[in-house]
Design a protein around this ligand. Structure first.
Ligand SMILES: Cc1cc2nc3c(=O)[nH]c(=O)nc-3n(C[C@H](O)[C@H](O)[C@H](O)COP(=O)(O)O)c2cc1C
Length: 338
């Protein structure tokens, strides 16, 4: 059978399809199904900086009052209960998954400032995480938050997590940085073993009847893959670390594009919510079929073949593509209008 194994964060993975961070992994039966369907690894949902700080604060307050009030204080804190799992339950779930499955489990920490909460990375390592995905969601909402400030804070955060653990750290980036190549190389110097392109921002929507701003979550389509392909193709060869694609991966074609752009692995979330966990095995079958039909010996040999550095003309990844797309589009619409 054709070799579709890929290397990611120092691990030899049996295939390029991973389950990205999703609450589908909360159920042990789903974890088993993911492994049985052929997933190479599973990323757990994130523990949030805010949640961890709140837990630590509650514990401190409790210790100063005496342990008998602990259960009561938990009971009276509804904000805390809105998180799906306390960090202790999370670690227990991680530990069980680590021992119940053969594929690696990647834990996820989600925050944006360095601080005491990063010590939870060590707990994740001890509970058996093969790696940690650090999801950094920083949003500038006033003029004093310069790009430089946000990037420095991020690099400091990554550096403190990398120093806390021995397992590899992948940084799940937002697409909204001015210079992704510069940031990716700074993150690498800070100790990151890879980047995940990209975090999806779930922007709030407006209800114009009630004048409310409300959270929304739409599942992706393959259209969301394009910016990931673009940046992976630019980064490939410029950073030594691995590149994971997260966002818009729904089919074998999407996985192939991700690897051809320069990614080592592709993560799926929306596709599994929409088509079910068994979709992974269909994608892997299609992937093998395509590679065999096109006479490849392995998937790894396709890696980066459409990256910026592999093309004789880099303009598809630069301003040239932008100009050409807009120009050719206006010509097409002019023709069809008559
Ligand atoms: C219901 C849901 C929950 C998610 N929770 C997390 C999370 O806890 N941490 C995280 O880094 N990403 C989280 N994500 C983002 C996904 O991991 C992924 O990056 C994003 O959905 C894009 O991939 P997709 O196009 O395959 O859905 C979540 C996505 C969904 C749909």
């Amino acid at each position: 059978m054709i070799d579709i194994s890929m290397d990611y964060l120092g691990m030899k993975l049996k295939c390029p399809v991973m389950v990205g961070s999703t609450p589908l992994t909360d159920l042990p039966a789903n974890l088993r199904k993911m492994e049985d369907s052929g997933a190479a690894a599973i990323v757990f949902p994130s523990l949030f900086e805010e949640q961890l700080e709140m837990e630590a604060h509650m514990l401190d307050a409790d210790l100063s009052r005496g342990t008998e009030s602990f259960a009561e204080s938990l009971y009276y804190l509804p904000e805390q209960s809105e998180y799906r799992m306390s960090h202790e339950v999370y670690l227990e779930h991680l530990h069980r998954a680590r021992h119940g499955l053969e594929i690696p489990i990647i834990a996820s920490l989600n925050g944006n400032t360095p601080g005491g909460w990063v010590r939870y990375a060590l707990d994740m390592e001890r509970a058996g995480a093969a790696a940690i995905e650090l999801n950094t969601y920083a949003l500038a909402t006033d003029a004093s938050q310069t790009s430089e400030l946000i990037e420095n804070q991020l690099v400091e955060l990554v550096s403190s997590v990398c120093k806390a653990v021995k397992i590899p750290i992948a940084v799940k980036l937002s697409q909204n940085f001015t210079s992704i190549p510069s940031l990716a190389s700074r993150l690498e110097q800070a100790g990151a073993a890879g980047v995940v392109l990209f975090n999806r921002f779930f922007q709030p929507d407006f209800d114009i009847e009630t004048l409310e701003v409300k959270p929304t979550l739409h599942f992706s389509t393959s259209a969301q893959l394009l910016p990931r392909l673009h940046w992976a193709a630019i980064l490939y060869g410029h950073v030594k670390g691995d590149i994971a694609i997260s966002g818009g991966v729904h089919s074998a074609e999407d996985v192939l594009k991700s690897i051809m752009a320069g990614g080592s692995i592709a993560q799926m979330v929306s596709a599994l919510h929409v088509c079910g966990i068994g979709h992974i095995s269909r994608v892997l079958d299609d992937l093998r079929y395509w590679l065999e039909k096109h006479d490849y010996n392995s998937l790894a040999e396709t890696r980066g073949c459409l990256s910026r550095r592999s093309l004789p003309d880099t303009s598809p990844y630069d301003r040239g593509n932008y100009i050409r797309t807009l120009t050719s589009f206006s010509m097409r619409t002019n023709v069809s209008a008559f």
